[in-house]
Write a protein that binds this ligand. Sequence first.
Ligand code: PTJ
Length: 266
Amino acid sequence: MDKTQDRKSRSVRGIVPENHPRRESILIRERLVEALDKDVVVPQGLIAQGRGECFDYLIGERTRDFAERAILEAAVLLVEAKNPVISVNGNVAALVPREIVELADTIPAKLEVNLFYRDETRERAIEKVLRDAGAKEVLGVGEDASETIPELFSERRRVSRRGIFSADVVLLGLEDGDRTEALVRMGKKVIAIDLNPLSRTSLTANVTIVDNVTRAIPALRNKILEVKGLREDERKKILTSYNNREILKSAMRFMADRLSQLSLDL
Ligand code: PTJ
């Protein structure tokens, strides 16, 4: 039996009881392992998910008010952008394929494949996931990723001219710090979804949504529908009153306070 079949035979997808307290989380893990076998996710992506799960525990696996505020800010930025682009890596494609395509349609924004561990097999596999989920156009695949982000040495420097290279607003999920810094240096507004408020990406992005991509992406889409109905002065007020440092501080305070409270309740 090869490794893929071996993993399939051990899958618990069909047997997790409906009332299992960790059902959702177990099924997400199964989804990521399946995506691993299709070259969508890399093994390192499973490690990244584990780190994310740990932070998700600390916020009680719910979208908190610091994330809500960042989502509102992100919604206004995306609606007002001239060339908004959603960057899609392996984990995002595996976790929220349909939701990310719906979000792109709603803004509207372009979808671009951008990988830390890049090779053409993965680019094509992720493009397929997005197309199967309804995407009409997927940038950043093959020759399309012919531009480079200056001063960046990972494979994430390769971007599409019509996409991230010329974007004014870029939405990223599970990003690495170097590229976030490079995009901000290029003058782009960067919106990051990252459960870890301490990561370099979180600290560097213009807007950090400290939440799970599985909750943040649908919430962002709903917020965009609301923001589209706002007047210009209302949107401006939202933009000018935002402070990302304060958002990060309140996420960190929330985690610390929650742990203290939980230790008292033991
Ligand atoms: O598909 P590729 O080749 O582009 O590779 C993707 C990974 C995720 C492997 C790559 O970007 C990577 O190594 O990322 P990092 O540096 O581990 O950063 C991932 C960040 O996302 C960490 O801060 C995690 O806490 C956070 N994170 C993990 N899972 C989630 C998450 N944030 C939101 N939602 C999640 N589900």
